[in-house]
Design a protein around this ligand. Structure first.
Ligand SMILES: NC(=O)c1ccc[n+]([C@@H]2O[C@H](COP(=O)([O-])OP(=O)(O)OC[C@H]3O[C@@H](n4cnc5c(N)ncnc54)[C@H](O)[C@@H]3O)[C@@H](O)[C@H]2O)c1
Length: 433
């Protein structure tokens, strides 16, 4: 076992565990900065693709991936024992929820056990997966110390949340400040040094719990504000006002207001899940996060609201939902991404199908989806296809959609994203109006 001091510089060897939406961009960022990177994943298919320079994450360019692979700066493997050879280990494994919406930390736990088996003196371990405050110290640390090494003395441990904004043209790893909280000063210092190789601004905080809470709070902030504006959308529908016009007007206030927009619900790996991590942990302290849980409830209700509005819209046109032909545009959870995890569009499709509607979808980023009642393939978008539908639902307003064309061809367009704003036609109905 080596007993050297950690070597956190541009010559550091870093291991990224979990080459998904978070891990692969991170691995490439470190490699681009000249660090030697080992990418570890349990999926052989992903490892093979990375080593061939074939990206499966939209935010990672295959050309850049190929460059760092051919320069020998990045290598992917399923062999976890290679963890022994690096200076720093960043863990980016999933943190989903169980069926009963409790935190599912099994990936973090099992990976901590693996790291513990190969842990070396002087190594820095950083957890990046989103989780409740206390995970790094209460869950990971004891497992890592089963190695016989002591945290803060023999190895270093920190939490640093990933803040990636998938599909963003403005924000990337480099210009998004990174929060870092170590279990002691040395761990914070080393993690700060590590991330300053790839991030312009690193924000050290006093402990991992603050870093963990910061990440969950950021996502709860979004969840609560989205729920608020979704509620306002419901009310505007009843009052005959346009929520979009209200938001635009409110946005002219130069201080004390941040615009959020209504939609068919929330999706992705963060907003629908993370609030439950905090709500669950809070119960340990005899505390109920009422605001947070109410917001989650409100957002989860949106697909039901959308399905009900489609039913109503068809009804007022003398058509029943049963047997109606409905085309969903965009099944990704948001604009211009290919990620369908927790996408509200999937729930809407399920609800409409349960009521007997004939549902099809188009999404240029998602060629097929897997549903409990059978998989579906993206249909080709054409004027004929649009015209043959009883209702076209805009669920994700991908930039490539020609909304003018959609509106010109379809009998009825239900727009949940405000994509048709500025077009005045009788066949358009918008959420929140
Ligand atoms: N996707 C986002 O936009 C986003 C943003 C911020 C934070 N996060 C958080 O980052 C974490 C990872 O999310 P993601 O979206 O990258 O997930 P992902 O599912 O895209 O990737 C996770 C990867 O980890 C691999 N994996 C699972 N167990 C493993 C193990 N024991 N050893 C090695 N590899 C293993 C999986 O095969 C997969 O490739 C989660 O906690 C998530 O909440 C995600």
């Amino acid at each position: 076992m080596r007993s050297r001091q950690p070597k956190i510089t541009d010559k550091t060897a870093v291991c990224i565990i979990g080459l998904g939406y978070v891990g692969l961009p991170l691995a490439v960022a470190f490699a681009k900065a000249g660090l030697k990177v080992l990418g570890v994943d349990v999926q052989q298919r992903r490892v093979t693709r990375v080593n061939k320079g074939q990206s499966y994450i939209a935010d990672v360019d295959s050309k850049v991936l190929t460059e760092v692979i051919s320069e020998g700066l990045l290598e992917a493997t399923t062999d976890q024992s290679k963890i022994k050879e690096v200076d720093a280990i960043c863990i980016c494994v999933p943190t989903p929820l169980t069926r009963t919406k409790d935190p599912e930390l099994s990936y973090v736990v099992s990976e901590s056990k693996v790291v513990s088996r190969y842990l070396q003196k002087g190594q820095l371990v950083v957890l990046e997966s989103t989780t409740y405050p206390g995970t790094t110290r209460q869950v990971m640390l004891p497992i890592l110390e089963r190695s016989g090494l002591r945290a803060g003395r023999d190895f270093y441990l920190a939490f640093s949340p990933e803040r990636v904004d998938p599909g963003s043209k403005n924000y990337n790893i480099r210009n998004t400040p990174k929060v870092v909280g170590g279990i002691d000063l040395k761990s914070t210092k080393l993690a700060t040094l590590l991330y300053s190789q790839i991030v312009d601004t690193v924000v050290p905080v006093s402990c991992p719990e603050v870093a963990e809470m910061t990440k969950v709070f950021e996502n709860v902030f979004r969840s609560v504000n989205i729920a608020l504006v979704n509620e306002l959308a419901h009310l505007c529908e009843k009052m005959g006002l346009s929520v979009w016009e209200v938001i635009d007007a409110a946005s002219t206030k130069p201080f004390g207001y941040v615009p959020f927009y209504p939609g068919p619900g929330v999706g992705g790996h963060c907003i629908p899940l993370d609030p439950y991590y905090l709500a669950n942990k809070a119960r340990e302290f005899d505390f109920h996060t009422r605001f947070i849980e109410l917001a989650a409830e409100m957002n989860e209700h949106m697909p039901y609201h959308i399905a009900f509005r489609i039913l109503e819209l068809l009804n007022t046109r003398g058509r029943s939902l049963h047997g109606a032909k409905i085309l969903v545009l965009g099944v990704a959870y948001k604009k211009d991404v290919e990620d369908t995890r927790e996408s509200p569009a999937l729930k809407i499709i399920q609800l409409l199908r349960e009521k007997g509607a004939e549902v099809s979808y188009n999404d240029p980023y998602v060629s097929q989806i897997y549903m409990p009642a059978g998989g579906m393939k993206s249909v080709k978008l054409s004027r004929e296809c649009l015209a043959s539908m009883d209702c076209v639902l805009i669920a994700a307003d991908h930039s490539c959609y020609d909304i003018g064309e959609v509106v010109a061809s379809a009998k009825l367009v239900f727009d949940t994203r405000g994509a048709t704003r500025g077009i005045n036609q009788a066949n358009i109905v918008r959420l929140g109006e």
